[in-house]
Design a binder for this molecule. Structure first.
Ligand code: ADP
Length: 491
């Protein structure tokens, strides 16, 4: 088993995979516990060596044009291997194939977009000549970057960061989540095929605490880009203070959806379906709580129940491979399952009415097969646990409101500020709500998540820094300004 890769693309050897002494860990399918593949589990020396390799990468310079071409070559490799990458994501994350394919497409978008826009990192000169000087602004690699990513989008979260790093010519040590390292291994082989310079990337895996600490404390690593929990974000913040490192933190969310009395309910349901059940509700932009005007709660919940039932999403488990297999994957593990169950139980105990799904009678005894049915509870109390914590599962609590300002204040009453959604047919009403929402990403009559072309990130305890869009390019570089006195002749 140890010598047998899951896919030709998930071999554990290759230029970008760390070498040296290591142990092995097995990657397990969250669907049925099948052992997918053994992967190397490094020690401190492996991480140090990876950083040392990347230090060499800082000396490898590529022009803007070369970087643009490189990014396009990577995108082409991803396109060529689209189905195989989706198969790997499906196996280790559990999300259905069609969802995995759209994740691959999303990842391709980042390499494409940055391939087209890397020229914004070209040197530029100020038109005006303040102080009688000539001013040139250069964007240089920020130093080695450490990339730490979660398991819910094993390819896309990495693609966001890696595409911007490559655009900036910034070498990086990357650490996938321990649950989903295979997709990132596949990406390493595709980078090789796309002729990414040898010392620009190193893949490491090992104890997350140890890897994180080393990346934070090593003087050559100047920047950490992290997507994951607020808990770990805070640890990284503390660990990087001493050396004043730059950080981009994309942390937890607790996305509210405000449905005004004048909203088009058909469209609301359509968007909830697209947003909420992706990755079984385990994405940071998933709607976590619905605030619906009292006058439309009954109709909205009836429409949602009907739509979820028609979509076949209520099948909680069963033969994954069979034709009737569920359209939604399992939760990643028992801890995730227990949290969703706790939120539902709390909502019902607080007076909520269960209208669909519910906590299954049998809780899973192991970290796989944690299927959870889509669950809807109406008349949830505005102080329920799910309004304060991110559920990360297919549970939709519906809370009624009377006045818009009540919904607004409840929506903002969270320590998080990542994504929020508003549905209304009144431009003025929606504008007013949006201008007061404390979230980095807002959907208007839409519950769409981020796109490669626009910056994405949170405020408050959802983190800081932006990924995607032109803004995302500047996270991986530092500007150096050269103020030159032209009056002094030079040879
Ligand atoms: P989740 O709870 O969704 O798994 P985490 O924040 O724990 O989210 O994990 C996201 C990523 O952070 C994973 O790659 C994980 O291995 C990594 N991680 C976990 N703990 C630490 C840590 N102390 N330092 C650095 N990275 C960590």
């Amino acid at each position: 088993m140890r010598d047998q890769p899951f896919s030709e693309l998930t071999r554990t050897t290759g230029t970008f995979v760390f070498a040296g002494q290591h142990e092995h860990r097995v990657v397990v399918s969250p669907v049925d516990g099948e052992h997918l593949q053994w992967v190397p589990w490094g020690k401190q020396a492996s991480v140090r060596q990876a950083i040392a390799e990347c230090q060499k990468g800082l000396r490898v310079k590529k022009s803007i044009r070369q970087r643009a071409e490189m990014l396009q070559r990577i995108a082409e490799q991803l396109i060529l291997n689209r189905q195989e990458l989706a198969r790997i994501i499906n196996a280790e994350n559990g999300k259905p194939i069609e969802e995995a394919v759209s994740e691959v497409d999303y990842a391709i978008g980042f390499f494409r977009f940055y391939g087209e826009h890397v020229s914004v990192l070209s040197d530029r000169r100020l038109r005006a000549q303040p102080r009688g000087h000539e001013w040139t602004i250069r964007y240089r690699p920020a130093g080695i970057a450490g990339l730490i990513v979660p398991w819910n989008f094993p390819l896309a979260m990495l693609a966001k960061k890696l595409s911007a790093a490559i655009a900036g010519g910034t070498p990086c040590v990357l650490k996938p989540a321990e649950q989903t390292p295979l997709t990132s291994l596949a990406l390493m082989h595709l980078l090789e095929k796309a002729a990414v310079p040898n010392a620009w990337v190193r893949w490491v895996l090992g104890d997350a605490n140890m890897v994180g600490k080393l990346l934070c404390r090593h003087s050559a690593v100047r920047y950490i880009s992290f997507t994951g929990s607020t808990r770990v974000g805070r640890i990284l913040l503390q660990q990087t203070t001493e050396r004043c490192k730059r950080l981009t933190l994309e942390l937890g969310g607790n996305a509210p959806l405000i449905v005004c009395a004048d909203a088009n309910l058909e469209r609301v349901v359509e968007h909830v379906m697209l947003n909420k059940f992706r990755c079984a509700g385990q994405t940071c932009v998933c709607i976590n709580r619905i605030y619906a005007h009292r006058s439309i709660v009954a109709e909205l919940s009836a429409r949602l129940v009907a739509q979820v039932t028609t979509a076949g999403l209520v099948v909680p488990c069963g033969d994954w491979e069979s034709k009737d297999s569920p359209r939604m994957g399992p939760l990643i593990n028992r801890a995730g399952y227990a949290k969703v169950a706790r939120h539902i139980e709390d909502a019902v105990a607080g007076g909520g009415r269960l209208v669909l799904g519910g906590v299954p009678l049998q809780t899973p005894g192991q970290d796989f097969g944690c299927f959870f049915p889509p669950t809807i509870v109406v008349d949830v109390d505005e102080n329920a646990l799910c309004t304060r914590e991110e559920t990360f599962g297919p549970f939709l609590p519906i809370i009624s409101f009377e006045k818009d300002r009540q919904a607004l204040s409840w929506a903002n009453r969270t320590e998080f500020g990542l994504a929020a959604y508003v549905f209304s047919s009144s431009e003025a009403r929606a504008r007013k709500l949006i201008s007061r929402l404390q979230f980095g990403h807002v959907g208007l009559n839409s519950a769409t998540g981020p796109t490669p072309e626009a910056p994405f990130g949170g405020i408050k305890q959802s983190g800081f820094g932006r990924e995607g869009g032109r803004d995302g390019l500047f996270e991986f570089v530092e500007s150096q300004v050269i103020a030159r006195d032209r009056h002094i002749p030079m040879s």
